[in-house]
Design a protein around this ligand. Sequence first.
Ligand SMILES: [Zn+2]
Length: 230
Amino acid sequence: MLLLQIDYQNIFLKDLDFSLAIEIGIRTIIMFILVLVFLRSTGKKGVRQLSIFEVAIIIALGSAAGDPMFNGEFAIVPSLIVFLFILGTYRLITYLAAKSQTIENLLEGEPMYIIEDGMFTLKEDGDANFAKDEFFAEMRAQNIEHMGQVRTAILESNGQVSFLFYPVDAHKPGLPIYPKPFSKRSEEILNEGDYACTHCAKIEHLSVSSTCNRCGKKEWVLAIDTKREN
Ligand SMILES: [Zn+2]
């Protein structure tokens, strides 16, 4: 019979003794300060919105900083060399991105139109090209009640969404984005009225069930035309 021998000493402590614990403490303080100095020297003011490029830097930095914190086999100076090369590369790429729009778009991504004229933009195959639930939440955070209030929305390269609104007193029905009205969506049309396509947000006056003539889908929800509070 095979007996599973689990060496808890090895899992939890390995070769840890008091002097190694002290060494780990000192290594961690040094590496933490180096990481702070490094992040300050990149010139970033904060980390509220990170681009993909900056996330890559943080990952590279984190893995170079981690090992020498707790592993006695790793010295600090090699990590420092890694830091300097990351910083050099960061500076070089930032410089190139400032010179060339193409390189900047490759690194940071391009701003993308999500809403035009109160409707979702479509790819050639008629598919809206992003996660709608997430975007509805973003719109609700901006006090938007339905798509008819929004003229244009752009997904910026840092993940934020910029909105342009119709005038507050504009009377334009739109796709409701709050969960309760949105949950009443259906392929059936029971009463004649203005309906919004749940896929692309096109508004059509319907009395019978039909497909959206813009995106080809067939799910509708009663449009609303409440005015935006300002
Ligand atoms: Zn549609």
